[in-house]
Design a protein around this ligand. Structure first.
Ligand code: HAM
Length: 425
C-alpha cells in the first residue's frame, strides 16, 4: 500500500537539506552577535498554554491540532513558539534572575490552515523572544535584528511595517471605538464577526471573510486611540530605529493576527513575484500579559518569528547565489577499477581534513562519473589514472576556473586544503 505525506506537509529531500542548514547557520551566527541563546521547548503542550481565555484569534479558535492522549490529557501541537517559550520561562522561574532573557528557537509548528504556496500545516519558524524589559530600546533591537537578518540573506525589496496598539488602556479605548464603529454593520458582517463585536472587535480587522467589507476598510486605526504614555513609548522606538538607520514604514492598519499584543507590532514583508498573499516573511510585537496569563509575575516581552519556508522561497527567487553553489569540495574520478584502493585512501585523507569528498561507488564509466561530479557541483575533480599514478601524480581540475594541474600524490591534501581553506596545513 502506498501512503503519501499528510496534506499540508512536505519532505525536505537530501538535495534541499543543505539550504536549510545554511539558513539555520545564518540564524545561529546572527543570534550570536545579538547575544540571544537557544531555547528548545516541546512540540506539544497542554492545550491551556494556547487556549487561553479571551484569545479569539483564528489561530487559536480554528487552526490548532488538539487531541487527547491515551490518559485523556488535552494536548495541542504548538501553532507558534511564543506561548511555549513563556510557559517554560514561568515553569523554570527564569524571571527570578531579574534580568532580560534573550532567547531564540528554530522548529516546527502546526496549524490547520488551507495549504497553498508558502502556507503549510506543518511549517518551521525561527523566532526570538526578549523577556523582562519594557524599555523601547529592546523593541528597537528586535526590529533591528529582523532587518539585519533579511539584509544578510540578500533580500532587497523588503519592508518593515510598524504600528502600535498602545498599552492596556489605549487598547481598551480602541476596542470600544471599534465596537461602536461595527455595531451598525452587525447584520452584514459574517457570523464570526458578529460574535467578535461583543468579545474582541479587533479580530474583525483580520477576518478573512470580511476583509473587503466597507466597515473593515474604513475602521478607525489604533494610533488614534493611543494615550500620551503609549504615544511617547512608540516615539522612543522610532527614535532608536532612526538612530540605527533602519528603514521602516508606519502601517496604521497593522494589528497582527494574534491576540496577545500591545504597544509595538510589526511585520516584515518581501515583494516577490509569484508569492501572492504569502509575502509576509515574519511578524512580531510586544506582549505585556502573557507571562502573567501563564502563571508568572507581570513581566513584559517582545519577539518576532519568521517562516523558514518563506525565507527559503524568497532567497531562491531573489538571491539564489546565496546558497552554496558547491555541494561538494572534491569528486574523485577513477579511470578504471585498478585504483579503487588508492581512491579510498585519498578520500579518507581528504575527509579527515574536513574536505567534502565523494566518488564513484557504482562501477560507473568515466563519462558517467564526470556527469555525476557536475551534478554534485564538485568544486574540484581528482582524475585518478593508472599511468599518472604510477609516475606519482594525479590531475586535479578546478571546476570554476577550469585550470587543471598535475599534483604529487603526497601533496593532494595540502594542495586542496590550500585552495579550499586558503591556507596550507
Ligand atoms: P505569526 O505572524 O503567526 O506570528 O507567524 C510568524 C510567521 O510564521 C509568519 O509571518 C509566516 O512567515 C510564518 N507562518 C505562519 N503560519 C504559517 C503557515 N501556515 N505556513 C508557513 N508559514 C507560516 C507568530 O507566530 C508569533 N509567535 C510571532 C511572535 C514571536 N510574536 C512575538 N514573539
Amino acid at each position: 500500500m502506498k501512503i503519501n505525506r499528510v496534506k499540508g506537509t512536505y519532505d525536505v529531500l537530501p538535495e534541499e537539506s543543505s539550504k536549510w542548514q545554511q539558513l539555520e547557520q545564518a540564524i545561529r551566527d546572527l543570534t550570536k552577535v545579538y547575544d540571544f541563546l537557544e531555547i528548545r521547548t516541546p512540540m506539544m503542550e497542554y492545550s491551556d498554554v494556547f487556549h487561553r481565555e479571551n484569545d479569539l484569534s483564528d489561530m487559536v479558535t480554528k487552526e490548532t491540532y488538539d487531541f487527547l492522549d491515551r490518559s485523556n490529557r488535552k494536548l495541542t501541537l504548538r501553532p507558534e513558539g511564543t506561548a511555549g517559550v513563556i510557559r517554560s520561562y514561568v515553569e523554570h522561574k527564569l524571571y527570578a534572575e531579574q534580568s532580560l532573557k534573550k532567547v531564540y528557537y528554530i522548529g516546527p509548528n502546526f496549524r490547520y490552515e488551507r495549504p497553498q504556496k508558502g502556507r503549510y500545516r506543518q511549517f518551521s519558524q525561527f523566532g526570538i523572544e526578549a523577556i523582562g524589559s519594557s524599555d523601547p530600546m529592546i523593541d528597537a533591537e528586535v526590529i533591528m535584528l529582523s532587518y539585519d537578518f533579511i539584509n544578510k540573506l540578500g533580500l532587497k525589496d523588503v519592508k518593515v511595517r510598524l504600528n502600535s496598539l498602545g498599552d492596556k488602556l489605549s487598547r481598551e479605548a480602541y476596542q470600544s471605538a471599534l465596537k461602536a464603529h461595527f455595531e451598525p454593520h452587525r447584520k452584514t458582517l459574517c457570523s464570526d464577526c458578529q460574535v467578535r463585536i461583543d468579545k474582541n472587535p479587533l479580530r474583525i480587522l483580520d477576518c478573512k471573510v470580511d476583509a473587503k467589507h466597507e466597515a473593515v476598510l474604513h475602521a478607525p486605526t489604533p494610533i488614534q486611540y493611543l494615550n500620551e504614555s503609549s504615544k511617547a513609548y512608540f516615539d522612543q522606538v522610532i527614535k532608536y530605529l532612526d538612530a540605527a538607520d533602519i528603514s521602516y514604514e508606519l502601517a496604521p492598519r497593522l494589528v497582527r493576527g494574534l491576540d496577545y499584543y500591545s504597544h509595538t507590532v510589526f511585520e516584515v514583508e518581501a515583494k516577490i513575484e509569484g508569492f501572492g498573499a504569502q509575502n509576509v516573511l515574519g511578524g512580531g510585537g510586544r506582549y505585556e500579559n502573557l507571562v502573567e496569563e501563564l502563571g508568572g509575575p507581570q513581566t513584559p516581552g517582545i519577539g518576532v518569528a519568521f517562516g523558514m519556508e518563506r525565507l527559503l522561497m524568497a532567497i531562491e527567487m531573489e538571491n539564489p547565489s546565496w546558497f552554496n553553489q558547491h555541494h561538494l569540495d572534491v569528486y574523485i574520478i577513477q579511470f578504471n577499477d585498478a585504483l579503487k584502493k588508492e581512491a579510498v585512501k585519498i578520500a579518507h585523507d581528504l575527509r579527515a581534513q574536513g574536505i567534502k569528498t565523494n566518488m564513484n561507488y557504482l562501477n560507473r564509466s568515466f563519462k558517467a562519473q564526470l556527469k555525476e561530479a557536475l551534478r554534485f557541483n564538485a568544486k574540484h575533480m581528482i582524475f585518478l589514472g593508472e599511468d599518472e599514478y604510477k609516475k606519482g601524480y594525479v590531475a586535479i581540475k578546478n571546476s570554476e576556473t577550469e585550470v587543471q594541474e598535475n599534483i604529487k600524490i603526497e601533496e593532494i591534501v595540502s594542495y586542496l586544503s590550500k585552495t579550499i581553506y586558503g591556507e596550507e596545513l
